[in-house]
Design a protein around this ligand. Structure first.
Ligand code: FAD
Length: 321
């Protein structure tokens, strides 16, 4: 079994999730006695391409094309499928990121492959069969998917597998698959970055606040705490619906799914629809003035208290640390 990984970058810098995906592929390659090829698309430096080798890629296929400077789901899926064929890969790994969620099923369809999306740990390998533990029902449960087809695609949840450096230098190859006109039917004209802060889906720490904050004028203390921790900020749905925070921060069943090492929930009741987006968090801290708030049932640590008293003290203590 040879393995291909699609490595995502943002403006020429690989995302942490790309290194996680390569490390995950390398760990499977070690079990199955094979090697890892990575493919990446767009402008990126040679040293950045070489960094994929440190995480276990033997070969890096670099696709550089004016037409592919911006992410186009259909075209990127065709390129990754072509790279899989070029590398004779029977397993393709992508991150279960915003773009990976669109890519994985398209790649699977193009390769006639079985798909397990949202993997949370290494698969169990038995001959040609891979049994993949993955999240299901918006993160409320785990499912075990058996992939028995010859070709397989797995998307890996962000922060589910730690990136591990192995220190090798990869072979870098230019790869130029033909791009069909129909793959360019939808073009992204412009991507407007709305914040330079830590990306929410990739964040290792998330500071999230809800209606308990009373109004948008009180988010200064949330941002200060997030800055002190190097965290991304998030919010509950009513908060973004009310326009207190941008919709890009809305976490939950109808918003973004996060899987940080630490999720701090402040003034959020813990409705099931909110929990659906955060249940893969490794450690959950809840700060709420109501000891009966449902969020405490899923918390690893809880503080019963008024956010307006607790947060400034917490931020001061973290800054002093
Ligand atoms: P509230 O429920 O009003 O809770 C506020 C909390 O703040 C309370 O627990 C209160 O005790 C606490 N509090 C008040 N003052 C303070 C203080 N001074 N200090 C500390 N704590 C304080 N919600 C989501 O978040 N994400 C979703 O994706 C989502 N999708 C939904 C989809 C559907 C179809 C539906 C029907 C609902 C969805 N919701 C979603 C809404 C969800 O059901 C809840 O209504 C929402 O999560 C509640 O937001 P909240 O906890 O901020 O507000």
């Amino acid at each position: 079994m040879s393995i291909l990984v699609y490595a995502e970058h943002a403006d020429g810098t690989f995302k942490k999730s790309a290194y996680e995906a390569v490390s995950y592929a390398k760990a499977i390659a070690d079990i199955t006695n094979t090697w890892v090829t990575a493919v990446t698309i767009g402008d990126i430096s040679t040293s950045e391409l070489a960094s994929l080798g440190h995480y276990g890629a033997t070969t890096v296929l670099h696709v550089s094309s004016e037409q592919l400077n911006r992410f186009i789901n259909q075209a990127y899926a065709s390129v990754v499928a072509a790279a899989a064929n070029h590398a004779n890969a029977d397993l393709v790994i992508v991150s279960n990121s915003f773009s990976g969620k669109g890519l994985a099923p398209r790649i699977a369809a193009k390769l006639g492959a079985g798909l397990a999306d949202g993997a949370v740990e290494l698969p169990v390998v038995e001959g040609n069969k891979l049994t993949v533990k993955k999240t299901a029902f918006s993160g409320k449960a785990f499912a075990f998917t058996e992939l028995i087809s010859d070709k397989k695609v797995i998307s890996l949840n962000i922060n589910a597998f730690e990136a591990q450096e192995t220190g090798d230098t990869p072979q870098i190859e230019t790869f130029s698959p033909p791009i069909e006109e129909r793959d360019l039917a939808t073009i992204v004209e412009e991507i407007v970055r709305i914040t330079d802060k830590v990306s929410l889906p990739e964040a290792e720490i998330v500071v999230s606040a809800g209606r308990g904050l009373k109004g948008p004028e009180n988010w200064g203390m949330i941002e200060e705490l997030a800055d002190a921790l190097g965290a991304a900020t998030a919010c509950s749905k009513p908060v973004s619906d009310a326009g207190w925070r941008p919709h890009s921060e809305h976490v939950g069943q109808t918003g973004i799914t996060v899987s940080p090492n630490l999720y701090i929930a402040i003034g959020i009741s813990g409705a099931i629809q909110h929990l659906a987006g955060i249940s893969a968090s490794k450690t959950i801290v809840v700060i709420n003035k109501d000891p009966e708030a449902p969020f405490f049932k899923v918390a690893d640590y809880g503080v019963v208290g008024d956010a307006f008293e607790v947060i400034p003290k917490l931020t001061a203590a973290i800054k002093a640390y």
